[in-house]
Design a protein around this ligand. Sequence first.
Ligand code: GRF
Length: 198
Amino acid sequence: MKRLPVGILGSGKGSNCRVILERIRSGDLAADARVIISDVLDAPILDIAREFSVANAYLPPGRFRTRLEPEIEEALVKMLRQAGVHLVVLAGFMRVLHAPMLNAFPRRIINIHPALLPKFPGLEAWKQALAAGEIATGCTVHFVDEKIDHGQIIAQREVPILPHDTPESLHARIQGAEHQLYPAAIAEFCEKYAGPGL
Ligand code: GRF
C-alpha cells in the first residue's frame, strides 16, 4: 500500500496529533508520520511523538512571537523535505507560516480551526462563538495561506452550543468533533496519493 508521508507541526497538547497517530497505527489511515516538529521545547506533542516512536524535533523559533524567522522557516522546509513529507499537518501550531513554507508546499499544508470559518478566525474561537450568542459552531479543516485561519475550506463539522455551555465544555465538544474530522480529511489526501491525484 502506498502511504502518504505526513509531517505534523504543533505547539501544544497534541490531542489531534494523537488521534492521527492512533488511526495510522490501527491501519485506518494510509499515512506515514515521518516527523513531528514543535516550536515549544516541552510541548506534550513531542512526548506523544516519542510514545509512538515517530521522529521528532524541537525547532527553536527565534525572536518573533507569532511567526518564525525566515532562516528558521527555511530550516523547517529542509527538515520536512529531508523526511520526505508530502503533506504538512498543522495541529495546534501557533505560528503563521510565510513564503518559504507556502512556496515549498503549495496546497500541501492543512490546518484545523475550532470554528466554522470564515466565522471566528483567531485565538479561542469557541469563546468568540459563545460571546456572539451563536447556537452552533464547529471546526474547519482548511488549506493554509498567508492569512490567519483563512485558506480554502476542505471540510467542516457543526457542533451545537448548549444553553449551559461554559467555554470549557464547548471547547471539549469541539475537540471531540476535530478528532473525527481531521483524520477523515487526511484520509481523503491518502486516497488521492494512492491514486494518480497527488
Ligand atoms: C485545536 O483545537 C485546533 O483547532 C487549534 O489548535 C488546537 C490544537 O489542539 N488549531 P491539540 O494540541 O491538537 O489538542
